[in-house]
Ligand binder design. Structure first.
Ligand SMILES: *[C@@H]1O[C@H](CO)[C@@H](O)[C@H](O)[C@H]1NC(C)=O
Length: 743
């Protein structure tokens, strides 16, 4: 490993983090390889341009098909060049937490505000939310310097009730975690994983805490199921009186309650140690006021926290993720507090990891390749993107400060807050009314951006454009674990939303090329555009998986024959790119099966999610329809979960997306069967020479679609393909086949 930084020469203390790059040899080899592929791409373009079939009787179809291939290959080549940028110079980060402890006293460490956002008590059950809250409250950090805020955008009394219960349970849970170094610190995850007391724990104590947790879960679940909070006196908290019949999730006054207030005597755990501050917030909602979804609630949290704790570091995490590493705060601080190179760091993003994915996941979910390779490369360009969860921000950078080299952060500044809790809550409430943001820069220059899809990504890009750098930190023990969607429909819908957002960004004034022009590196602009142009892959891909197969059925050749020298670049680009992608995946820790499944999902996403996004976007540009914001469901039923664990692909209901998938699968099946028999009957194996690559392509598409055929012909469970999908697809496939045979 070269390039590992050694500094400290200026007497500013040893570095708190190191940056490592792959060896020069490895990078040179990669760049050489990329050069040869690029040469192959150029040759393919050249072949397409110089071998255009002449128009004339009978060959018109071939000419058009050929032009389509040329267009698709031009796009793929261009897109491949874009993706090159994100492989160019990965960097890997390592932190030295022990040096952090040596370099400053604990009381010189900055305080940290943690934001958890939830929006819907049905999709995000209160137990899930408080597990997240408890896991971040139990960070290995000074409790006096830790402030946890929950934003409940539904303003649900059930979530509030659960949080009150959690604040009581925290008094047992946090000392227990610290005493026995419990990991992970989400009680739900911990007790699900560990069934009996580990050696180091006092069994009695362990069982007591476990019982307490079970009681908590039972109480919360029964309250959630009944929808009513109990009226026992111990619940007679000020907070509950704020809920009355007039409160609905979209129409209510601001509600803020400091559940654990470190200025209070009561704010100690069972051992008498301090507890982190815990605040519940539901900002004001009125039906006729814009509320800007999660961006709005994050900005409200920024303001509320500024009057209560005003920590220089802000971390935010979605309620469906929990902290799996109690040291994440200290890791992140190693970046911000580094005297040499920490000054211009605006945020530190952790990867997203999933706890519910099984080995050889059918959806290729374990996105190791993104976490282990793509993101380190963005980091290498100084600009890991912000993706809205699992991220530590410098408050000043998030609030719009432009980086300047002579700015020195005062890490230990304290907020001059009011002593009286009620007064403080009142003051905080005045910051989260609907009208507060009118005529301010909130959502424009300050805080999280409004009015655009994927506001997180744009916010991160804006911070980078103000001169701040961002860092990606991917420790072996993952910082945050969440839930991956485990049904095909959910995944495709989720991707549709992301892709739509990215495309809108790329086509707007926030495109990395416009917004970042002259402010961030070209490589980073290209890196952002890889996602930005996801959607545009749809038509070329759809073309590539249908037209060559139909032409194969017809005996129309679209690729050079095996004996031609032009065959070489095609074969080389295809084989070498697949080998590279497989090798990278294996190197990042995926299995070959996961890689193969990911290839299938890649195909499905391109011909469904991306396609619909492209069509929607074109419609919107023409002024035909507006896009909506769809929440992905986070709970799925038990049977479906069983099927997921067995590696069965989940279809189940009728969807236009499934129709496209099934149509492509059936079409290729028909083409390979009929086409092969035609070739063999008419001209024996000799006929295959000119159609070889098309036959391979078609066969590959059939092989990769095997789970679709299984769901079509073999399975009878609820997750298989409904007959309606099959019927509609056959209506597409039959005429296409008949047309091309009888031509
Ligand atoms: C989560 O934490 C547990 C307990 O420390 C650890 O065993 C596990 O490897 C972590 N998970 C990941 C994905 O890093």
């Amino acid at each position: 490993m070269a390039g590992s930084s050694v500094s400290g020469g200026r007497g500013r203390g040893p570095p708190l983090f190191a940056t490592e790059k792959p060896s020069r040899m490895a990078m040179a080899a990669y760049r050489l390889f990329a050069g040869t592929v690029f040469a192959g791409v150029l040759l393919i373009w050249l072949y397409r341009a110089t071998h255009l079939p002449r128009g004339g009787s009978g060959s018109g179809v071939r000419r058009w098909a050929w032009l389509g291939m040329l267009a698709a290959e031009l796009w793929f080549g261009f897109y491949w060049v874009l993706t090159l940028s994100v492989r160019w110079s990965p960097v890997y980060r390592r932190t030295f937490k022990d040096r952090l402890a040596q370099s400053c006293n604990e009381d010189q460490l900055p305080s940290v505000d943690i934001f958890v956002c939830t929006a819907d008590p049905t999709a995000e059950p209160p137990m899930l939310v408080i597990s997240t809250v408890l896991s971040v409250m139990a960070y290995d950090y000074l409790p006096e310097k830790l402030n946890v805020y929950l934003s409940d955008d539904a303003g649900s009394v059930l979530t509030f009730y659960a949080l009150c219960e959690a604040s009581e349970f925290a008094k047992h849970w946090i000392p227990f975690c610290k005493k026995y170094k419990v990991e992970p610190r989400s009680p739900a995850a911990y007790f699900a994983k560990i069934a009996s007391p580990p050696d180091m724990c006092e069994p009695k104590e362990w069982f007591t805490v476990k019982e307490l947790y079970k009681d908590l879960a039972d109480r919360v679940d029964s309250v959630v199921n009944s929808g009513r909070i109990p009226e026992a006196p111990e619940y007679n908290l000020r907070g509950f009186s704020q809920w009355n019949e007039k409160i609905t999730s979209s129409d209510h006054p601001p509600i803020i309650q400091i559940l654990i207030d470190r200025n209070k005597q009561k704010a100690v755990d069972i051992d008498g140690n301090a507890l982190p501050t815990l605040v519940y917030m539901a900002r004001e909602k009125r039906p006729h006021e814009q509320h800007h979804f999660k961006a709005g609630s994050l900005n409200a949290l920024i303001r509320v926290s500024s009057v209560i704790s005003n920590s220089p570091i802000i971390m935010n995490v979605d309620c469906d993720m929990y902290s799996n590493n109690s040291e994440s705060i200290r890791d992140a601080l190693c970046f911000f507090l580094d005297k040499e190179r920490g000054q211009d760091i605006g945020f530190v993003q952790y990867p997203q990891n999933f706890e519910n994915v099984v080995h050889d996941d059918i959806y290729g979910n374990p996105i190791n390749i993104a976490n282990e390779l793509d993101h380190p490369c963005l980091d290498g360009w100084g600009g890991m993107c912000y993706y809205g969860t699992g991220c530590f921000h410098r408050r000043e950078a998030l609030c719009g400060r432009i980086y300047s080299p002579d700015y020195e952060e005062d890490w230990t500044r304290a907020v001059g807050r009011m002593e009286d809790t009620i007064e403080l809550e009142g003051m905080a409430k005045s910051h989260v009314t609907c009208t507060y943001e009118h005529n301010t820069l909130w959502g424009i220059e300050k805080g999280v951006r409004y009015g655009c899809p994927l506001e997180d990504v744009i916010t991160g890009l804006q911070i980078q454009c103000r001169g701040w750098r961002s860092v990606y930190y991917n420790p072996a023990k993952k910082g945050f674990l969440g839930m991956a969607p485990t049904s095909l429909g959910q995944i495709l819908v989720q991707h549709k939303r992301w892709t739509e957002g990215f495309l809108q960004i790329s086509l707007s004034k926030y495109s990395p090329f416009l917004l970042g022009c002259g402010k961030i590196k070209l490589g980073l602009q290209m890196g952002y555009s890889v996602c930005g142009f996801w959607a545009l892959n749809s038509f070329p891909t759809l073309y590539y998986v249908t037209i060559p197969s139909l032409c194969f059925l017809n005996g129309i050749s679209l690729f050079p024959e095996t004996t031609s020298p032009w065959f070489v670049p095609f074969a080389y680009v295809m084989v070498s790119e697949y080998c590279r992608s497989l090798a990278e995946s294996l190197q990042c820790g995926d299995s070959a099966v996961e890689w193969w499944n990911a290839q299938r999902m890649w195909l499905f996403r391109r011909i469904t999610s991306y396609l619909l996004v492209t069509i929607d976007t074109i419609r919107r540009l023409l002024g035909i329809s507006e896009s909506g914001f769809a929440l992905t469901m986070k709970v799925s039923d038990l049977q479906a979960l069983e099927r997921y664990k067995k590696g069965m692909m989940e279809f189940g209901s009728f969807s236009g997306m499934f129709v496209i998938i099934v149509t492509v699968a059936l079409l290729n099946l028909a083409c390979i069967v009929l086409g092969m028999s035609r070739v063999l009957l008419q001209d024996g194996t000799g006929g295959l020479e000119t159609l070889f690559l098309q036959a391979v392509l078609c066969a590959l598409i059939v092989v990769i679609n095997s789970p679709v055929y299984e769901a079509l012909f073999l399975r009878r469970d609820k997750g298989s393909l409904p007959a309606s999908v099959t019927q509609v697809s056959i209506c597409f496939v039959l005429p296409l086949c008949i047309l091309s045979i009888c031509k």
